[in-house]
Design a protein around this ligand. Structure first.
Ligand code: ADP
Length: 222
């Protein structure tokens, strides 16, 4: 597998791929943070500029993604570990079959969620060190947009119909997920935290600015 991790001094080091042609972008955030909205706005922007782009998401619509959706809707029961391993298997297949071949064609690939979601959401039930090591082989995107919206606002946007106690529990869970996201943001320079409590257009303008700055920097390097 072209994207698989390198072993240096017996330690796993996560590989940052600098693609000559394509740009690999991921959107991350709590559910309801607006990642789908911004993915679609960035896609429209690129299309208008005549930039070849491809939008995708995780879990995927492939076979393993289907198993994940089945577990999410409780059609079958997966243990916490099994659930996280499925996300990783889905990602490995996603990279092999879709992301890497598309990047190699010089296309901008935008994925709505990637391995940061597995670490952040998985941290509720699984050991973070284990989740990190599982995800270590996967390439780090060129740009990761982490949209910051407080849990209370996310729940409001999703329109949750849960009762008060469940809402409190949900909010507490999302706060923990966000803490893990913030730790990741402090470690990965490619993560850009974007303030998501603004108009969709203002957020989009920030996203475009970051993308354009990245392209200019990359052109200087190549
Ligand atoms: P996600 O994909 O992160 O779950 P969505 O993009 O589906 O989030 O957005 C969730 C809801 O919030 C949608 O109803 C969407 O229209 C709304 N929304 C998205 N961005 C904003 C924003 N900046 N301000 C207010 N509402 C927003």
């Amino acid at each position: 597998m072209a994207w698989c991790c390198q072993i240096v001094d017996n330690k796993f080091r996560q590989k940052v791929i600098i693609m000559e042609k394509g740009v690999f972008i991921a959107f991350e955030g709590l559910d309801g943070s607006g990642s789908s909205t911004q993915t679609s706005m960035l896609k429209d922007y690129l299309a208008k500029k005549g930039v070849k782009n491809h939008v995708t998401k995780e879990p995927t619509n492939n076979l393993i993604g289907g198993l994940i959706r089945g577990a999410l809707t409780k059609e079958w029961r997966a243990s916490n570990a099994c659930f996280q391993l499925l996300f990783c298997a889905d990602r490995a297949h996603h990279l092999d079959r879709e992301i890497m071949p598309t990047l190699e064609k010089g296309t901008v690939v935008i994925t709505d969620r990637y391995f940061f979601s597995t670490i952040a959401f998985g941290s509720l039930d699984c050991d973070v060190g284990w989740l990190r090591s599982l995800n270590m082989p996967f390439p780090v995107p060129d740009i990761v947009y982490l949209i910051k919206v407080p849990p209370e606002e996310c729940i409001k946007r999703i329109g949750s119909s849960r009762v008060e106690f469940e809402l409190f529990e949900e909010t507490e869970k999302l706060k923990k997920v966000w803490q893990t996201y913030e730790r990741l943001a402090a470690e990965y320079p490619n993560i850009h935290v974007v303030d998501g409590i603004r108009s969709k257009e203002d957020i989009h303008n920030d996203i475009v600015r970051i993308f354009e700055e990245y392209v200019v920097k990359k052109q200087k390097k190549l």
